[in-house]
Write a protein that binds this ligand. Structure first.
Ligand code: ZN
Length: 216
């Protein structure tokens, strides 16, 4: 399993601002929006310390192989992860992930559906929100200097050192695949047959899923 352990004290205000970036006054602790925050006594600046948005991409080969890259710099030097990185201010998640994959692996990528959004609380740089998408590439990746190497791993034989929540994301992806490949129509036909035999009636799964979707 993943041996990442970073204590919370390293994550919050690891390098807090000392002076206001607007007016250079020394920051003070002020109670703003329900909690103590670093804020400027002279202007409106508040150090909100929001989580940072990150994008990552899951690229597969065949039925079971996932492309992973190995970090060549701190933090988490030597850890494996999915390609990706921090969003630039003007970027959409899609344009950000395209840029990152181009930089890291020298490839153009087609971005597909989202797998999920994960709260990263095991990166010494702070708390991040990682939006993880499915992607398609063409051609052979070429790792840049930020990476030691890249490799396809079988989903059942992932490396022991995986950064962030990427092990969870990979497992979620394969779970979603299985779930989506279920033939609900077929199961319903079977259930109808069964309930006729039993003489009762029950709501069909397709009907149930439709209702469930409407109520959200
Ligand atoms: Zn200020």
């Amino acid at each position: 399993m993943n041996q990442l352990s970073v204590s919370m004290s390293n994550l919050v205000y690891s390098k807090p601002y000392k002076y206001c970036p607007n007016c250079r006054a020394e920051l003070v602790t002020r109670h703003v929006d329900d909690r103590d925050r670093l804020a400027c006594p002279k202007c409106e600046f508040v150090f909100w310390n929001n989580p940072k948005p990150v994008v990552s991409l899951l690229i597969t080969k065949g039925e079971n192989d996932v492309l992973m890259v190995r970090r060549a710099k701190e933090p988490l030097l030597g850890y494996w992860c999915l390609p990706g990185g921090f969003l630039e201010y003007e970027e959409t998640p899609e344009s950000g992930i395209k840029r990152e994959v181009k930089e890291e692996l020298g490839l153009n990528v087609e971005v597909g559906r989202i797998i999920g959004v994960y709260r990263i609380d095991n990166d010494p740089r702070g708390i991040h929100l990682d939006m993880i998408f499915i992607g398609k590439i063409q051609g052979e990746p070429q790792a840049n200097e930020e990476l030691m190497e890249w490799r396809y791993f079988n989903q059942n034989e992932l490396p022991s050192q995986i950064a962030y929540k990427h092990r969870e994301a990979i497992s979620d992806y394969y779970f979603q695949l299985k779930r989506d490949s279920v033939d609900w129509e077929k199961i319903d036909a079977l259930r109808k047959k069964l309930s006729t035999i039993r003489g009762g009636s029950s709501i069909s799964t397709v009907e149930f899923l439709r209702k469930d979707r409407r109520s959200h």
